[in-house]
Design a protein around this ligand. Structure first.
Ligand SMILES: [Zn+2]
Length: 179
């Protein structure tokens, strides 16, 4: 069996395939994710070979993409105990992983342009980089946790596929927020 095209429509999928040189079309099928599909690249497009029993399965190619950004900023943490080192003003080279996920359009063959993630991030970088985070509205208590939420709330409207924000405060400490 040789799959010619796959189109996702909402929760359904339409597949055109060729058996022994004859073109056939599935119509709409209920989507069920299975681990059995095999993807092969053919010419300039994508083709899919599926095992027998295709009638009960459909094709979904879910992906998660991660784009990492860096910025330098100072902060101090007012909710820590007096005398704790985090109450003193200090700086970090923050790293933020912006993860998006979804089903790849089989005709485009990609989930999202990384440049779209960068464009959504740019206004936040302007607010965060080389700043004292405590002075930013909404970040008066700029723990990594609060920063992750702050970033999520500003990116989610621009990136509906946003899946997770990971804030790395140091090389060994990070926090993940999934909305
Ligand atoms: Zn710190």
């Amino acid at each position: 069996m040789f799959i010619l095209s796959v189109r996702l429509r909402g929760g359904g999928v339409s597949v055109v395939w060729r058996v022994a040189g004859k073109k056939q079309k599935s119509g709409e099928k209920e989507c069920q994710e299975t681990p059995h599909h095999v993807m092969v690249r053919s010419g300039s497009g994508l083709a899919f070979s599926l095992p027998e029993g295709f009638g009960t399965m459909c094709w979904i190619m879910r992906m998660e993409l991660v784009k990492t950004f860096r910025f330098e900023a100072a902060h101090w943490l007012p909710t820590f105990a007096e005398g704790h080192k985090c109450r003193r003003m200090h700086g970090h080279s923050f790293e933020v992983d912006v993860a998006v996920s979804g089903s790849v359009d089989p005709e485009r063959g990609y989930l999202i342009d990384y440049g779209d993630i960068s464009a959504a991030w740019a206004p936040l970088d302007a607010k965060l980089d080389h700043r004292l985070l405590n002075e930013i509205e909404g970040l008066e208590n700029p723990t990594s946790e609060m920063l992750a939420v702050w970033i999520w709330e500003r990116l989610k409207p621009l990136l509906p596929m946003l899946e997770a924000i990971t804030v790395h405060e140091t090389c060994t400490s990070s926090c993940v927020y999934r909305g």
